[in-house]
Write a protein of this length. Structure first.
Length: 342
């Protein structure tokens, strides 16, 4: 599939091979590495977000309750955004638009084709609903999520590597990506063995660097609350996408001379700047709590009722002597009753 590693005269790596396989079978079940990369990224994001939320004072693992809504809506939004921005892939004569049992349908997410900007829209809706459900402030959750989201995106990009997709312009750089000439995305007219910019790797490096920056900022700048850290995430990620999208050669809708995802990235930068400005004016102090007003940690409110309600338990202590009836002394003090009391 991909040819052997090339070596320069100095012996250093001269190209990056594409993986020879993109899936494996377990009986009738086919497991795609693309899906495993996404799942691994989601797990990593949940773990990191949980740690950051609990350090902020939230109930441990409340992130799971929010993710139950946010993750499915993020995946749905990511797929819808991709389909709408690549209509030529799925609609028109000779296209299999709706049959999920044939390749190329709008449902075949396992073949690749999700857009992070659609995931952000769908995930934001799900996170907002999840925060309303759990009582967590939406912006608190967004700030806690920001580094984990970049980490998940970095891990998910390896799925594009396994799928041999979304590579960049031809290059003779020593880290050029090998793509087989019979790949449907291989540009016609180029000779076999042409190398391409590994845009997946560029984005992995950029995102991982962003994780470090966001974690450092959250520790050093305590005022980055109320969604401000999430705003920096939007600006950081979107700025990188403007560059990577500009050198990618996969088909995309062109709007006013720019790819649709470049426009989406520009919108991401604008939205991030707007959040920074608006939230800096609306909230001058720190967040009083990760919870919405009137809400709080359920695990701290679950006291045993009997501690507050004396009627819920039986008092077995000895009654005061003055409450003993006049005729009761014969049953408690007589010497003939002492044997039976033992």
């Amino acid at each position: 599939m991909s040819h052997a590693l090339h070596s320069t005269f100095s012996g250093v790596l001269a190209s990056i091979p594409s993986p020879p396989v993109s899936y494996f079978d377990i009986g009738p079940l086919r497991i795609h590495f693309y899906a495993l990369c996404i799942i691994a990224g989601i797990i990593a994001a949940v773990l990191l977000t949980n740690r950051r939320l609990t350090r902020r004072g939230a109930e441990p693992w409340v992130v799971i309750d929010i993710s139950i809504l946010a993750v499915p809506l993020a995946i749905v939004g990511a797929r819808i955004f991709h389909v709408l921005t690549h209509p030529g892939f799925y609609f028109g004569e000779g296209k299999n638009t709706w049959n999920p049992f044939e390749p190329g349908s709008v449902w075949a997410i396992w073949e690749g084709g999700i857009a992070i900007f659609g995931a952000l829209i769908g995930g934001a809706i799900g996170a907002y609903l999840g925060c309303r459900w759990t009582g967590i402030r939406f912006w608190t959750f967004a700030d806690a999520l920001a580094p984990g989201l970049l980490l998940a995106q970095a891990m998910g990009r390896f799925g594009n590597w396994f799928n041999h997709e979304l590579f960049g312009l031809p290059t003779d750089l020593p880290w050029g990506l090998e793509i087989e000439s019979d790949n449907s995305a291989f540009p016609p007219g180029l000779p076999e063995g042409t190398l391409f910019h590994p845009t997946f790797l560029y984005e992995v490096i950029w995102n991982l660097l962003g994780v470090v920056v966001l974690l450092w900022l959250s520790r050093k700048v305590t005022s980055l609350q109320w969604g401000r850290l999430f705003a920096i995430y939007l600006i950081w990620y979107s700025a990188g996408r403007v560059v990577w999208e500009s050198i990618r050669i996969d088909p995309s809708e062109i709007i006013l001379g720019l790819r649709s995802n470049v426009w989406a990235a520009i919108v991401g930068i604008v939205v991030g700047l707007a959040i920074l400005v608006v939230q800096s004016r609306r909230h001058l102090g720190l967040e009083p709590s990760p919870y919405q007003p009137g809400r709080g940690r359920k695990d701290l409110d679950a006291d045993v009722d009997s501690q507050d309600n004396p009627s819920d338990f039986v008092d077995l202590s000895e009654p005061p002597s003055e409450e003993v009836a006049a005729g009761a002394s014969a049953t408690s003090t007589g010497p003939t009753d002492t044997v039976g009391a033992r």
